[in-house]
Ligand binder design. Structure first.
Ligand SMILES: C[S@@+](CC[C@H](N)C(=O)[O-])C[C@H]1O[C@@H](n2cnc3c(N)ncnc32)[C@H](O)[C@@H]1O
Length: 378
């Protein structure tokens, strides 16, 4: 166990106070993304014994201990601040899309002025380590979820976290529910504050609502469906090595981004199916908020498992993504089929219209037409 990971565990009375600060009646899935010995989830289990508990930690010794002491919890080793690690964490993937409560006492020590990146709504910011945990946890939760977190008291007033607190308050309601002085944690050094975050939908709506905008302000987008089957890609690599138009498959959609390393060469002759700025999302497979990603610039070929929503500007792209994430329950319910859920073009257009977005649909024909007369399709 290394000190760098902040192995300061929460005493039972503080864990209980944190759990008691939450208003949830019967959460389905409760997450601690930095679980340590599981103190917070133990307190949560006392209050909500029928919930599913998911405990993550970066430290393998904690993960082993958690598995041994709580065989009925979902336990996973995960570096929660790493998009790759989250994407490959089986325990987390199992419950993504249904986590409705999170409780955390994240690590916060950091050398000097080190900061971590987070995406809050449409904003990309840098902040302290504890704040990065809070921002990341908000990104994996359901629309109506609640969060209770212990953060270093200094975070509430620090310049490092100021912009992040501001951005978070645009998305959720934030309330300080307690103060714990220095020495509350055996070996911990800082005083801490308990903070509760309530997602819109719990009676508090901070972010803009989903009601229809006046026509002049409505977003207007173009929906494009990918058509290139993945099995044609490896053949293409052997034949041409053509990387002019990269191909995006759903596996490259990670943590709201398209992983450059996940791009593949497209088959010879494949026509681009989309031009950024755009929001990309899986057409097939269990919908997960993290897999709704932005694609800034350039033309790409979409695999047949991916939809693209082309936007007029980068700001509109971020607004569109934000809108989809804030209405996650509706988005998730638009996928049909239980074994391998999928989304139809009609359902996606219907969903966007319901959210106040004017959506038009352009099939592959538009690109073919454009290519045959030698211009780039828009
Ligand atoms: C302050 S302790 C809190 C443990 C427990 N939640 C509690 O309240 O008693 C922080 C925990 O975060 C874990 N941790 C540190 N960095 C992490 C990361 N990047 N991802 C996941 N867990 C991490 C540490 O191993 C440690 O168990």
């Amino acid at each position: 166990m290394t000190r760098r990971l902040d192995p300061f565990f929460t005493p039972p009375e503080v864990a209980k106070a944190l759990v008691d600060s939450l208003s949830a009646n019967s959460p389905a899935v409760v997450l601690d993304p930095a679980a340590g010995d599981g103190a917070l989830l133990v307190a949560a289990e006392k209050r909500w014994p029928t919930a599913t508990f998911i405990a993550l930690d970066i430290d393998p010794s904690h993960v082993r201990l958690l598995r041994a002491t709580h065989p009925d919890w979902l336990v996973g080793r995960c570096d929660f601040l790493s998009p790759r690690s989250r994407a490959s964490c089986h325990a987390l993937r199992t419950v993504l899309g249904s986590i409705d409560l999170a409780i955390l006492n994240p690590p916060y020590s950091a050398r000097g002025a080190k900061t971590w990146p987070i995406v809050l709504g449409a904003e990309e910011l840098r902040c302290g380590r504890a704040m990065a945990f809070v921002g990341t946890v908000l990104g994996v939760l359901e629309e109506n979820a609640e969060v209770a977190a212990l953060v270093p008291s200094s975070s509430l007033t620090s310049r490092k976290d100021a912009a992040s607190w501001q951005a978070i308050q645009q998305l959720v309601s934030v309330e300080k529910t307690g103060d714990f002085p220095r020495g509350t944690f055996d070996r911990g050094t800082a005083s801490t504050a308990a903070v509760r975050f309530t997602r819109p939908g719990c009676g508090v709506r901070v972010a803009p609502t989903t009601s229809r905008r006046p026509k002049s302000q409505r977003l207007a987008v173009t929906v494009r469906r990918g058509h290139t089957p993945l099995h044609t890609v490896s053949k293409a690599r052997k034949r041409t090595g053509d990387r002019n138009h990269p191909l995006v498959h759903s596996t490259a959609l990670v943590a709201h981004r398209v992983l450059r390393a996940g791009l593949r060469p497209s088959p010879a002759g494949a026509l681009p199916t989309l031009r950024g700025p755009a929001v990309l999302l899986p057409r097939v497979g269990k919908p997960m908020p993290e897999k709704f990603a932005t694609w800034g610039r350039g033309s790409v070929v979409l695999s047949d498992c991916v939809f693209g929503i082309e936007c007029d500007s980068s700001a509109e792209m971020h607004r569109t993504l934000d809108l989809l994430l804030r209405n996650w329950r509706r988005v998730r319910n638009s996928y049909v089929g239980s074994c391998a859920p999928y989304l139809t073009v009609a359902a996606l257009i219907g969903l966007l219209e319901e959210l106040g977005v004017t959506a038009s649909w352009e099939g592959a024909q538009a690109w073919r037409r454009a290519a045959s007369i030698g211009i780039e399709a828009g």
